[in-house]
Design a protein around this ligand. Sequence first.
Ligand SMILES: Cc1ncc(COP(=O)(O)O)c(C=O)c1O
Length: 121
Amino acid sequence: MFCDSQENHPNIDDTQIERLITSKTKAIVVVHYAGVACEMDNICSIATKHNLFLIEDAAQAIDSFYKGRPLGSFGHFAAFSFHETKNVISGEGGMLVINDLDFVERAEIIREKGTNRSKFF
Ligand SMILES: Cc1ncc(COP(=O)(O)O)c(C=O)c1O
């Protein structure tokens, strides 16, 4: 399900999230548009209440904060972009932040194209 944006900003309208959750919902994905933080207090509470994964698209949010806490540190995962239009650039690069240690090994295998190369080394 897609949740609409706020009336005056492209960030998600957090007041509409809860009514869109169904038995099939697995995660809430938020975009911190232009590095402006979504309403993370409410969004984190909803994710916890409904036992959902929280994923932050923090592509534009490097060095951005919500109430003093860095964006990308709230969700189970957060993705940052190092595309040439961003503040930090590395060609095709990006960064996946994993805030739940249970997913680190799986992420390493995916990064290593389906192999256990990291473990091998
Ligand atoms: C909000 C947002 N999400 C995702 C992306 C995709 O990032 P990338 O091109 O590094 O995959 C961008 C880049 O433009 C973006 O601004």
